[in-house]
Design a protein around this ligand. Sequence first.
Ligand code: MG
Ligand code: MG
Length: 248
Amino acid sequence: MQRLKTAKDIDGIRESCVLLSRIFEELKSVVAEGITPREIDALVRSRAREMGAKPAFLGYRGFPAAICISPNDAVIHGIPGKRKLKSGDIVGLDCGLNLRGFFSDAALTLPVGRVTPESELLMRVTREALECAVGQAVCGNRISDISRAVYDTAKKNGLGVVRAYCGHGVGFSPHEDPEVPNYVHRGSNPRLKPGMVLAIEPMLTAGGDDVEVLDDDWTVVTADGSFSAHFEHTVAIFAGHTEVLTAW
Ligand code: MG
Ligand code: MG
């Protein structure tokens, strides 16, 4: 089970999340036709350095970049490459910071230029799924309430739900227990308690649920080539309320 956080710990995690949110705010204005994911990665590295924070994913289990950039059929864990973004792409950006040992984690998916109505729907519903899930992330509920909110929102809209990867505890390290799946399954289903900090992150597809890992050993893509969207917040559970610590 996750080590619960004190109010003071959550203050530290909140600070990490505020800095991360500033980076995302900037990314929203730089993601456009013509920029390369590698240039975006360089920007994140320099901003993190200026803030006195470390990119949490750089070197984590050997990941070679500060941010995961996953366009189109890539779901998560995309390594920033040299191919320029083009109109019609949808780009998942997933980043975390380590500020003096306090870890944040967030993701969003942005359109580049003009995207199809299907891509618009995919992004809108994935974001809605996150909002519904956060609404269930309250003291006394269980992890499965979060999972069900994501799954039902996706299926109501005819979208696929990636099952092979899930949300997680966060705060003292990039990934902690408990797992926060985007579908309901039998197995460990802890009750939400004050002091839990969770990264909730629906990963939905315009097609099926299945994914594959590319030969780079990182990039997770949809098996059917359909586009995927990913949104994520870090949230802290208190006795009487839940605080969304990240913002984009
Ligand atoms: Mg993330
Ligand atoms: Mg995460």
